[in-house]
Design a protein around this ligand. Structure first.
Ligand code: NAI
Length: 349
């Protein structure tokens, strides 16, 4: 396994390989950039097919956190933790205590919280060993993420269709989990039509009954006739397989890594589909975590969430001016801000 020469290494400041034999814990903590503030990013746990897959995942996600943080006006270096392998239930508490001790050894330089594969109960177990886990503050991360995506959809519709309200627009929602379900409620409250899909048929049926939304088969959701396609399930919603079938004019959702590959951003632009870069649209969760870390009140969260729409509009302007896909324009803006923070020219906080 190459680390320094890994294609996703991107000059990571620190990559730590953690083992705890007693509990069976194997984890990798990656800190993409280390500035004066802590490095921040969630902890995920998966049955990775290989150690290489886990390393690629942690490096990509940790780098993404730097971009997400800077574009949300926060000055955290990005970080991420991945736990390799899901333990049997009776070993789970011991494993998360060991992970809590590992987090504590960073003495606050790395702060983490819940991500895919963890439950709030796991975070509570980690908290018995460290105070450097967050996400139980003034607003739940998924709630803040749904509001942030809502802001992103409004800004994207305004840019692409000159629409100043959601009323009467049709949105296709992929995934009705913590974020997607809440987002559906927010959209319906503004008079939008929502069509949705979830591979979890119980979640889909519950949303149909309780929210009165239309449910379609998961493999057709991206191809619905709708102004907006909102990926709120897993990554890779825009791929060679789906791209030609997408009929929406806007793509804005919460999933990380929505473009299967960077070239899909260019292909979307060529087809006139406006893509709201994922790490801006879904920054609400990080904003909620930041509020918890820094003891900020709910007002602060709302102010930051309302900043996501204008931040996207700046990206759309830059993309138009430079003739770039929106994802590339976002990266360029973020990289400029990251360079400034790295040189100590400004504090983004
Ligand atoms: P979740 O796990 O609660 O919900 C995801 C839902 O997507 C589940 O109901 C699942 O059954 C469904 N799903 C999976 N594959 C699907 C497919 N092919 N078609 C349709 N539905 C499918 O996750 P959550 O918290 O709602 O997050 C959604 C996405 O947003 C994830 O990609 C997550 O990484 C991302 N995200 C979440 C944040 C948060 O604060 N929860 C913050 C930033 C990003």
């Amino acid at each position: 396994m190459d680390v320094y020469r890994h294609p996703d290494f991107d000059r990571h400041a620190e990559v730590s390989f953690i083992t705890d034999e007693a509990s069976g814990l194997k984890a990798i903590v990656a800190r993409h950039r280390i500035w004066d503030s802590p490095s921040v990013g969630g902890c995920r746990m998966r049955d990775y097919a290989s150690e290489d897959e886990a390393l690629a995942d942690v490096l990509r996600l940790s780098r993404g956190m730097t971009y997400k943080s800077i574009m949300a006006g926060l000055d955290y270096g990005g970080a991420k933790a991945v736990i390799l392998g899901v333990p049997v239930p009776e070993r789970r508490a011991a494993l998360f205590r060991a992970m809590g001790r590992a987090v504590q050894r960073f003495r606050g330089g790395f702060r983490t919280g819940v991500d895919v594969g963890l439950t709030p109960a796991d975070v509570e177990v980690m908290k018995t060993e460290t105070r450097f886990v967050a996400g139980t503050g003034a607003m739940a991360p998924a709630e803040a993420t749904a509001h942030g995506v809502h802001e992103a959809i409004k800004a994207s519709l305004a840019w692409r269709l000159y629409a100043d309200e959601l009323r009467g627009h049709r949105l296709a929602l992929q995934g009705l989990g913590k974020v997607g379900r809440r987002l559906a409620e927010l959209l319906l409250a503004e008079g939008a039509f929502v069509v949705a899909a979830d591979v979890d048929t119980a979640a889909a049926e519950a949303a149909r009954q309780e929210l009165g939304i239309e449910i379609v088969a998961p493999e057709t959701i991206h191809a619905q006739v709708a102004e907006v396609f909102s990926p709120c399930a897993l990554g890779g919603a825009v791929s060679d397989a789906s791209l030609g079938e997408i009929r929406a004019q806007v793509i804005a959702g919460s999933a990380n890594n929505q473009l299967a590959e960077a070239r899909h951003g260019r292909l979307l632009a060529e087809r006139g589909i406006l893509y709201a870069p994922d790490y801006i649209a879904n920054a609400g969760g990080l904003i909620a975590v930041a509020a918890d870390l820094e003891d900020k009140p709910e007002d602060w969260i709302w102010q930051k969430l309302r900043g996501l729409g204008p931040s996207l509009t700046r990206v759309f302007e830059q993309a138009e001016t430079l003739g770039l896909p929106t994802a590339a324009a976002a990266d360029r803006l973020a990289e400029g801000l990251i360079a400034e923070v790295a040189q100590g020219e400004r504090s983004a906080a």
